[in-house]
Design a protein around this ligand. Structure first.
Ligand code: FMN
Length: 146
């Protein structure tokens, strides 16, 4: 089991990153937690997905691709809530967070902290700096780059 091996070899918390595609997500997660994982990151991007360039008649991104960002937030929230209802573990809520309201929604669904990837990817790392200095409500502490 990978989480057991990781737990034995590193001195930092071991987090399991889950994908909403897993059909037996909660059972798999239970095995990872039993093996020593300390928490969960939920969720990874969703896919494989497809967009078609209708002018060219070709896949928009060259092939099948993974879907992150705004479109996956409702799925991320559902997965995160399922995990939090089943297990008392720290959860990094990740998927489609780009605004303070999204952070609040994630926290309300059970996240311990919130992760972002696409938003700073699209807007540049200055996006993180602006968020951490513009809010006294702790956005800077609650958000992390995943
Ligand atoms: C370009 C890109 C590369 C990614 N690479 C990884 C990766 O190597 N490993 C991983 O666990 N997740 C990876 N992810 C998933 C993100 O860490 C994150 O879980 C997911 O995109 C949902 O968050 P977001 O909507 O804020 O992007 C990647 C996402 C994007 C957009």
């Amino acid at each position: 089991m990978q989480s057991e091996t990781a737990r034995r070899h590193v001195g930092v918390p071991v987090l399991i990153k889950v994908n909403a595609n897993w059909c037996n997500l909660l059972d798999t997660l239970a095995s990872c937690l039993d093996a020593g994982a300390n928490g969960v990151t939920a969720i990874d991007s969703i896919g494989p997905a497809l967009r078609v360039d209708v002018e060219m008649g070709q896949p928009l991104l060259g092939s099948f691709a993974w879907l992150p960002g705004e479109a996956i937030r409702p799925v991320a929230l559902r997965v995160e809530a399922e995990i939090c209802l089943a297990y008392q573990v720290p959860v990094i809520g990740t998927g489609g967070v780009s605004r303070a309201e999204n952070v609040v929604e994630m926290i309300m669904a059970g996240a311990t902290v919130v992760g972002v990837h696409t938003a700073p990817l699209l807007s540049g790392l200055g996006w993180l700096e602006r968020r951490s200095t513009s809010s006294r409500a702790g956005w800077g502490n609650a958000a992390m780059l995943t």
